[in-house]
Write a protein that binds this ligand. Structure first.
Ligand SMILES: [Zn+2]
Length: 211
């Protein structure tokens, strides 16, 4: 579960990224919790159909299991980000363990973009991590992870809550796949027809000198 787009948190945590500039007519699709050999592969194929680029926040242990899928995502021109090695909840994890887990993921993901699993990260953890990573949150959730929400509702939420500059979250996971594919394709369809471009979050947008 992830908490709803926290309006107050945007004001309290200005160092986190919640959305991108709205003047470029771009929407930023993000996919969390992969890579998965079938699901992620099909997501990349779907994106290709719409000439869309996206950002995949990967879980380190999944990258370790499916290195070829991870390479495939990058080779297709998408960005990747760190989503910790074991999908840890920052609120329930000792700080040192949390940082080590992110570092371990960095060894195989090698990205300066980090998204905290469940959106749960403490102010102290933000302070510690923000020098090394750009912490990417979101403007809109698709709710593809939520068992109470139908796929049609996922699509409606996604469209209703997105506009140019939005960062939207989908999940390339077993649990979410049915709703994700339905709502993501509808989303791509809807905004393509409006002439919106789908762009990836590139490290260069946030860091001048990327290793
Ligand atoms: Zn996640």
């Amino acid at each position: 579960m992830q908490f709803k787009t926290p309006y107050v948190a945007k004001i309290v945590y200005p160092s986190l990224v919640w959305d991108m500039p709205s003047n470029e007519n771009k929407i930023y699709l993000t996919f969390d919790d992969g890579p998965h050999p079938d699901i992620t592969f099909s997501v990349v194929k779907l994106l290709e159909k719409y000439n869309a680029k996206a950002t995949f926040f990967c879980v380190g242990e999944n990258v370790q299991k499916y290195p070829d899928t991870f390479e495939f995502v990058k080779n297709q021109g998408h960005s990747v980000g760190n989503h910790s090695f074991n999908h840890l909840n920052g609120w329930k994890t000792d700080n040192d363990d949390y940082y080590l887990n992110i570092e371990k993921a960095d060894e195989i993901i090698s990205s300066k973009l980090f998204r905290p699993p469940y959106g749960r990260i403490s102010p102290g953890q933000i302070k510690h991590l923000k020098n090394d990573y750009k912490i990417i949150m979101w403007s809109a959730l698709s709710y593809d992870f939520d068992a109470r929400v139908s796929k049609e509702e996922c699509l409606n939420f996604s469209i209703k809550n997105s506009r140019p500059g939005s960062i939207i979250v989908f999940h390339d996971s077993e649990k979410s796949k049915e709703k994700m594919f339905y709502s993501c394709e509808g989303f791509l369809d809807y905004f393509s027809q409006k002439g919106v471009e789908f762009a990836s979050l590139n490290e260069n947008l946030f860091f001048k000198d990327v290793k």
